[in-house]
Design a protein around this ligand. Structure first.
Ligand code: NAP
Length: 311
């Protein structure tokens, strides 16, 4: 049997790294398996304006690398790599990673959430050929310069992406399925007041055009009230319609709620004793950096208490 770790944290976003800071400071030498997106979703954002303590805002990437350094300073080990499978029926828990097996007395699942897709075949075929899920990652690409760009969604992410894209595109269209935004008032007002942004209300993307050309050339929009369809030429489709929890790797061994979030049993406890969940993978309500950090802290404290009880 390989090394047994007291605490293994899966995920390295706000929740995972805060759990790592707390577990490391409790001398538990946690292992963080960083996953596919080290630093988590915040690394794909620009300026984080609502994380307390940064009156001028803080760069998302800088915030996350600071958290990682802080965790490492107290003895956390951050390892790149993905967890492919877990076995929660045995003790210690076994995790199959792309770099071999890891054994854990306690497990903190902080895998966050991934981008929700529209679910269109043309969207899938044109991914990375003009269809993207992250304006801050891809917006500056030459293919989008001085072109019409379309953002789908009515939440804070869509507003942020649309405003960011006005730096590059000739015009930015926001396609939203209702006639009211879900975004916070401040973000909504900023986008509504931006002269380079045009809103297409009550509209959905029925199809992405350009499959034959091998790149996005436009979208077919459907008005959900009248059913009328029209084409809108664009070089980029930025899908910002929310997220789905990253819980598939658990293979059904933890209880999930109807939307696929990990079901919590008080605090950060899950349906399996010794397994805790923190951040967006278990939070369908708040989904903020600071709440993720808060639950990460709670999960580390609960793991520490659980270990103390094991004797
Ligand atoms: P969100 O708030 O869940 O918004 C998702 C948007 O996509 C909604 O407008 C929703 O429409 C739309 N949508 C969902 N499924 C769709 C589908 N299949 N087709 C078309 N439209 C669809 O997600 P988010 O914008 O990613 O934000 C997530 C969380 O992060 C929020 O709590 C937000 O406040 C936070 N956030 C904050 C900031 C910031 O403060 N700087 C930036 C980004 C995100 P409906 O409105 O009709 O449901």
């Amino acid at each position: 049997m390989g090394d047994v770790r007291d605490v293994v944290i899966v995920g390295s976003g706000c929740a995972g790294l805060t759990a790592a800071i707390y577990a490391a400071r409790a001398n538990l030498a946690p292992l963080v398996l960083a996953g596919r997106m080290p630093g988590g979703l915040l690394t794909t954002t620009t300026v984080v304006e609502n994380f307390p303590g940064f009156p001028e805002g803080v760069d998302g990437f800088a915030l996350m690398s600071g958290m990682q350094k802080q965790a490492e300073r107290f003895g956390a080990e951050v390892r790149f790599g993905e967890v492919e499978k877990v076995d929660l029926s045995r003790r210690p828990f076994a995790l199959a990673t792309d770099d071999g097996e890891v054994l854990a007395r306690t497990l903190i699942v902080a895998t966050g959430a991934g981008h929700r897709h529209l679910g269109l075949e043309s969207e899938r075929l044109l991914e990375n050929k003009g269809v993207t899920y992250c304006a801050t990652c891809d917006g500056a690409l030459p293919m989008f310069r001085n072109q019409a760009l379309v953002v789908v969604g009515g939440g804070d992410s869509a507003m942020e992406e649309a405003m960011y894209l006005t730096r590059f595109g000739s015009r930015v269209f926001v396609v939203h399925r209702r006639d009211q935004l879900r975004a916070s008032k401040i973000m909504g007002e900023r986008a509504l007041g931006n002269p380079k942004i045009e809103f297409c209300w009550n509209s959905v993307v029925a199809d992405v055009l350009g499959v034959g050309a091998g790149k996005v050339t436009g979208v077919r929009l459907r008005d959900v009230v009248t059913g009328a369809e029209r084409e809108l030429g664009c070089a980029g489709l930025f899908v910002a319609i929310g997220h789905v929890p990253n819980a598939a790797f658990l293979g059904g061994q933890l209880e999930l709620d109807a939307e696929g979030y990990i079901a919590l049993k008080g605090g950060t406890r899950t349906s399996v004793e010794g397994v805790f969940a923190a951040g967006d993978v278990a939070d369908r309500v708040f989904r903020q950096a600071i709440t993720a950090a808060g639950t990460g802290c709670a999960a580390a404290i609960e793991a520490e208490r659980y270990l103390a009880g094991l004797g």
